[in-house]
Design a protein around this ligand. Structure first.
Ligand code: AMP
Ligand code: GLY
Length: 426
């Protein structure tokens, strides 16, 4: 059973379905795009008790959790308590995403390179700290709320006034309970990479890195989103730098979590910034990245179900993941108004036309189906993934399909993997 309803979960279901071990797949709640691959179960991803009861009565052999919130809420313990197998970290280990202060303290204790930071739970102390920074050298600063805030809890503040506004908003409850504690961080610059590793608490099985695009508009302009595109492989990441990331960032965190009695089983996601001083950790997530997963799983040659089972059974030692030489590019189609708002109920056309295009996969992110017609049902609607022997081919295939799919107010970035195309041409 796959828990979640987005394009990441669609990609997980599609890949798991290829395994001979997968006799039957359920998705809770899933989405209409995966209905031909999995039986959809009408239970929300946050209803942990109903999910556990369903898994128990149905005899689910393995549950794979897509989104962070059930993990942060303790779905793993809930399933373990009922003797059920689940892929994903415990609540204690998922705090690495659930609390940024916890993550930063863990990094400090593990000696992981990251931005300097101070944490505050009172407004006056936070403001006094901001005033103590020199206007010239210390700004911009990054103000972050401690808890999860739907991707909105990170504010890059260019001046004292802006930082003060962000801190005041957080303590006034603008981000709910997530803003009861606030971090003020040094601003790092460089290129960002998404690094995934499977772990069983002791052993680490790294994925290849991926590039995602967080801003809504071309050229990385506009507000942050849940992700507007991705590509893999990242030809700009040299093997030595990647080895450094695994050695200095991923491994010490996995060991530190085990040391404090919260061993991490599942997929650990490190957001890493390549600074002039070397790679530094920005954040950790307790789950597969979205949309990076949608470009990584199509390239994975190792059986995903075997890997996830091995992680859930705490035994990934001695395994390896092999990747095809194919390239993959994902373009996200979003609805009108996203990310501030989103439009729902607009008819989607063209899905039939692109269904049989070679090297094109469509993953549904927020759609609804009625009488054979698909409608938009949220901010990020569809993911179009192109694969091919070059970035040029993968990208051309993705964008050809993007042009053929339509709905009122359709938004997408036109520059996904453009830089990779330029590097490939060199
Ligand atoms: P986070 O949720 O901590 O990953 O923050 C979301 C995004 O904000 C990151 O992917 C970065 O693009 C940006 N960001 C976070 N922390 C910093 C930092 N210290 N310096 C610069 N950018 C940051
Ligand atoms: N791609 C960003 C995330 O999954 O958080």
């Amino acid at each position: 059973m796959v828990v979640g309803s987005g394009a990441r979960e669609h990609a997980l279901v599609e890949t798991l379905a290829q395994s001979p071990l997968a006799e039957e797949i359920f998705a809770a709640p899933g989405n209409p795009g995966m209905a031909h691959l999995a039986e959809l179960v009408d239970i929300p991803a946050d209803d942990l008790i109903s999910l556990r009861n369903f898994a128990k009565t149905t005899g689910i052999d393995l549950t794979v959790v897509g989104p962070e919130s059930p993990l942060i809420g303790g779905i793993a313990e809930c399933f373990w308590g009922a003797g059920l197998k689940i892929f994903g970290p415990s609540r204690a280990a998922a705090r690495i995403e659930g609390s940024k202060v916890f993550a930063k303290e863990l990094m400090r204790h593990a000696g992981v390179p990251t931005a300097r930071f101070e944490a505050f739970d009172r407004l006056p102390a936070a403001l006094a700290y901001l005033r103590s920074l020199s206007p010239g050298d210390s700004y911009p600063v990054v103000v972050k709320v401690d808890g999860i805030a739907a991707g909105k809890g990170v504010i890059v503040a260019g001046s004292y006034e802006e930082a003060e506004g962000a801190v005041r908003a957080a303590f006034a409850g603008a981000f709910g309970a997530a803003g009861e504690r606030v971090l003020i961080e040094e601003h790092l610059t460089g290129r960002e990479a998404s690094v995934f590793a499977l772990t069983d608490g002791r052993n680490i099985l790294p994925f290849v890195p991926a590039q995602d695009y967080k801003r809504i508009y071309d050229g990385d302009e506009g507000p942050n989103t849940g992700g507007m595109g991705a590509y893999s492989p990242t030809m700009w990441m040299d093997p030595a730098t990647y080895a450094t990331i695994l050695e200095e960032i991923v491994t010490p965190i996995v060991h530190q979590l085990a040391l404090i009695g919260a061993p991490y089983t599942g997929l650990l996601y490190a957001g890493v910034m390549m600074t002039d001083e070397g790679p530094k950790a920005l954040e950790f997530n307790c789950r597969f990245g979205d949309p990076e997963t949608q470009v990584l799983l199509p390239r994975m040659e190792t059986n995903l179900l075997d890997l996830l089972l091995a992680s859930a059974e705490e035994d990934i030692g001695g395994q390896e993941i092999s990747w095809s030489a194919e390239k993959a590019v994902c373009v996200v189609l979003a609805s009108e108004g996203y990310p501030e708002s989103s439009s729902e109920g607009d008819e989607i056309t063209g899905l039939d036309t692109v269904a049989d295009m070679p090297g094109v996969r469509i993953y549904h992110a927020a759609t609804r189906q009625e009488n054979g017609i698909y409608y938009t049902a949220g901010g990020r609607v569809l993911n179009v993934v192109g694969t091919g022997t070059s970035i040029m081919e993968a990208r051309a295939r993705a964008y050809a399909a993007v042009e053929l799919i339509d709905f009122p107010g359709k938004q997408y970035r036109t520059d996904i993997a453009l830089e990779a195309l330029e590097m490939e041409e060199l």
